[in-house]
Design a protein around this ligand. Structure first.
Ligand SMILES: [Zn+2]
Length: 90
């Protein structure tokens, strides 16, 4: 959804609308089991940035009022540092 880079679907994180602290939020659904509309994103904060700039979330998730992206940002940042750790121990 963000950068349109082609990867296998398993490498993507599913994002759904959930309850955030300040109303509707974009939340990660790593298990892919949450009901409702989902959008797919690379597990990378840069991809999230692009999606935000394109206003892709409100469109893909049918949330014209906007979404709190904090839960997703936190998740992707953690994912990123996880990947960095793996690379360092290589
Ligand atoms: Zn991407």
């Amino acid at each position: 959804m963000g950068c349109r880079q082609r990867v296998t679907k398993t490498a993507l994180v599913r994002v759904v609308v959930g309850a955030g602290d300040r109303g509707p939020a974009a939340v990660p659904d790593p298990a892919g089991t949450a009901p409702g509309r989902g959008a797919h994103l690379h597990p990378d904060p840069a991809c999230l940035d692009l999606a935000v700039r394109r206003k892709a979330f409100p469109r893909a998730l049918r949330a014209p009022g906007g979404l709190d992206l904090a839960p997703l940002t936190t998740y992707l940042t953690a994912k990123r540092s996880e990947a960095d750790t793996v690379r360092q121990t290589d």
